[in-house]
Design a protein around this ligand. Structure first.
Ligand code: CTP
Ligand code: MG
Ligand code: K
Length: 181
């Protein structure tokens, strides 16, 4: 695979994990997952992790995967790059894994004394990638091995923080997000 194809595959394969975090911002609100509970004097997760945001983000990510699967042959032909379709297990793993990674990061943030909305560089940008990929590798190992080759994984690690910072900046400018990270 040449570099362009590698970048296209990395972006395509990761889209179902990229969208949930942004979708959660739109769906957010309502009851927090931790029910307001604290641990060691601090919130377990905080008000930024809600049932609605998590469910909305996950469902949106799975829908993105379904749409990508439907158009993969057409787009693949047009770009002359073979792009992945998503078995349901992989779609759910990527979308839910992304949300779970974000929740785990908030858990870590609260344990390290960071208030809701505080920046946690690198953890903010890669938490969801690590858990999404780990879950996908677990539930759809063959599919994962086919598409997430070492070069694709390398592109994901470089591309994701850039995209994450970019989309969050846009969400902040649009007034959807309280902080630009
Ligand atoms: N959100 C949500 N449920 C999630 C993730 C996000 O409802 N599982 C919504 C919340 O309204 C949240 C917003 O999306 O405030 C932005 O997400 P994020 O930046 O991850 O949360 P923060 O409010 O910054 O909280 P934290 O410091 O815990 O990351
Ligand atoms: Mg935040
Ligand atoms: K976050």
């Amino acid at each position: 695979m040449n570099l362009v194809a590698t970048v296209v595959v990395a972006f395509w394969a990761m889209l179902p994990a990229y969208v949930p975090n942004n979708a959660a911002v739109l769906f957010g609100g309502g009851a927090p997952i931790d029910g307001g509970r604290t641990w060691g004097g601090r919130r377990v997760l905080g008000d930024g992790k809600t049932w609605r945001g998590t469910a909305g983000g996950t469902v949106t990510g799975v829908l993105v995967a379904l749409v990508l699967s439907a158009v993969a042959p057409t787009v693949g032909d047009a770009l002359d790059v073979a792009v992945p379709t998503f078995p349901l297990a992989a779609a759910v793993a990527l979308a839910f894994g992304a949300m779970l990674g974000d929740v785990l990061a908030s858990f870590l943030k609260r344990r390290t004394g960071r208030e809701r909305g505080a920046a946690f560089p690198l953890v903010d940008q890669l938490d969801f990638v690590v858990v999404a990929l780990a879950l996908a590798a677990l539930v759809a190992p063959e599919w994962f091995g086919t598409w997430f080759t070492l070069p694709v994984l390398a592109v994901v690690v470089v591309l994701t923080p850039l995209l994450h910072v970019g989309t969050n900046m846009i969400a902040y400018q649009l007034g959807l997000k309280d902080e630009p990270w």
